[in-house]
Design a binder for this molecule. Structure first.
Ligand code: NAD
Length: 501
């Protein structure tokens, strides 16, 4: 039996053991197993759901301002614990510390937005809709809600979900990624410290068994999912089959169009961060550049090559490092396989990051930045989400050709255009079949008070994540029509359908 520290679940306000299966959690910079994660069985997940169900009536009736105050407290705690939380992210995900801080900050902004829930829940009121009759619509909590989250933002993506869900009066069961669960768990502990009553927010660690229990248990009313497209599609179908409200955000392959009139040095700087930041493990990363015209393509490739030569790859905890390791050995091998495949498919490997070495971290999952030119639509490295530091450049002749390419791709999460031509930018953002668009902005991730979501096979469901859509997702509308006729006035029966005519 492993002697590693055990990561448990968090149910009813306390650490809870449960499940007979477990798996190691690795530090991707060293390749060493550091912790042992318990994988929840059905019974453990049911225990978490029962705790959330029991906490719901009191929490639903807690004044919205009191619920919101917990979010304000949590914001302060997250800021106070920033160093500790970022260290936990980097130790299991691998991203560099400043990037972990960026993730935490974007997560905090979602907590901040959830603290405005009383304002967002006020509903709508109409007086005199009929004789002595008033009507209003209110947003009621659903009950027990659940979230299933990916490895690449272990703090931010859970914070897209549960703060607004509980601020709206729901209770929650969170199932984070099994690859880097420690920072997610620490935030849940801090939420209790901020004043969340036991049972309002529970966390179960686990895999498919835990997820399937959440999807089939009738006490769970809504499920939010963020992860890869095949699993998102499964979650959506399975959750809907069991009568739940589901939003399932999937994978991506985001194209950046570089127009002939673009400011190339600035576009190159923007593309560097968007392609290689967080080792390309972002659903809004840019793994593809579509250059309009050979002159733009040649300038972009030359610029990227120069900038890549200046990059430092190393442990996420080391100072001055631009890019850390990939998350697991398995993922490292998958990404490496794609680089080999790109070469075999005939793309030109302009920068080869396959043999990068990091002194002192020889067993880490490091892959250097890779750059392909002459990527073609038929290639697997074009079609598939690689989710690694691999950027491909494609060459087209016109903006329309670039847009046709983007529209034909199965994913539609994010895209951007670099240009100085307002008309082209407006045409692109109006017509492109993608959910989030940047104009000279490489990572157009909406701020916390707008909602986040892709089109096509990047999102299954109708409502996007966080922002105003999250209030709709985590509540159901009820419309009440009320009349107080004057005492003593007798009214006859009315057989026609009531109207204001
Ligand atoms: P993943 O799909 O492997 O896992 C996501 C979650 O699903 C995890 O909690 C995991 O335990 C669970 N899961 C995995 N296999 C399952 C199965 N067979 N049945 C039930 N549950 C299962 O995703 P990942 O590798 O952790 O994250 C990377 C992916 O997430 C990428 O595809 C990325 O594009 C996507 N992502 C999308 C967004 C977005 O907003 N669209 C944001 C972040 C990440």
């Amino acid at each position: 039996m492993s002697q590693l520290p055990t990561i448990a679940h968090f149910i009813d306000g306390k650490p809870t053991l449960g499940g007979t299966r477990s798996q190691d959690v690795f530090n991707p910079a060293t390749g060493k197993a550091e912790k042992r994660l318990l994988l929840a069985d059905k019974l453990t997940v049911e225990q978490a759901i029962a705790s959330a169900q029991a906490a719901f009536p009191a929490w639903r009736n807690t004044p919205p301002l009191k619920r919101a105050r917990v979010m304000s407290n949590l914001k302060v705690l997250l800021e106070q614990h920033a160093d500790e939380l970022c260290a936990l992210i980097t130790a299991e995900h691998g991203k560099v510390l400043p990037d972990a801080l960026g993730e935490l900050q974007r997560g905090i902004e979602n907590v901040e937005y959830a603290s405005y829930a009383p304002e967002l829940l006020k509903g709508e009121h109409s007086k005199n809709v009929g004789p002595a009759m008033d009507s209003w619509s209110e947003f009621q909590a659903l009950g027990v809600t659940a979230g299933i989250t990916p490895f690449n933002f272990p703090i931010m993506v859970p914070l897209w979900m549960w703060p607004m869900a509980v601020a709206c009066g729901n209770t929650f069961v969170l199932k984070p990624s099994e690859r880097d669960p420690s920072s997610t768990l620490r935030v849940v502990e801090l939420a209790l410290q901020a004043g969340l009553p036991p049972g309002v927010l529970n966390l179960v660690n686990g895999d498919k068994e835990a997820v399937d229990t959440l999807l089939s248990d009738p006490r769970v009313k809504a499920v939010s999912f963020v992860g890869s497209t095949p699993i998102a599609e499964y979650i959506y179908a399975e959750g809907c089959k069991h009568g739940k409200r589901v939003q399932a955000l999937g994978g991506a392959k985001n194209h950046a169009v570089v127009m002939p009139d673009a400011d190339v040095p600035n576009a190159v700087s923007a593309l560097m961060g968007a392609a290689y930041g967080s080792c390309g493990e972002r659903c809004m990363a840019i793994p593809l550049v579509v250059a309009v015209g050979d002159a733009a393509a040649d300038a972009v490739v030359a610029g990227l090559k120069t900038e890549i030569a200046k990059m430092t790859v190393g442990a996420g905890t080391s100072a001055g490092v631009d890019m850390g390791p990939l998350v697991t050995r398995q993922h490292f091998e998958k990404v490496l396989g794609y680089v080999n495949q790109g070469v075999a498919e005939g793309a030109t490997l302009v920068v080869d990051g396959r043999n990068v070495e990091v002194a002192g971290f020889e067993d880490g999952y490091f892959l250097g930045p890779c750059l392909f030119d002459h990527v073609k639509p038929g290639m697997k490295i074009y079609q598939d989400e690689i989710f690694g530091p691999v950027l491909g450049v494609m060459r087209v002749k016109s903006l329309q050709e670039a847009m046709d390419l983007i529209d034909a791709h199965e994913y539609g999460n994010g895209t951007c255009i670099f240009t100085r031509d307002g008309e082209a930018a407006r045409y692109f953002s109006d017509n492109i079949l993608v959910g989030m668009v940047g104009v000279n902005v490489p990572l157009p991730v909406p701020v916390a008070y707008h909602s986040f979501g892709g089109w096509k096979r990047s999102l299954f469901g109708d409502l996007h994540a966080y922002g105003p859509d999250s209030v709709r997702f985590y509540t159901k509308r009820k419309t009440i029509t009320q009349r107080w006729p004057s005492a003593g006035v007798r009214e006859g029966a009315m057989f026609s359908f009531p109207s204001t005519k």
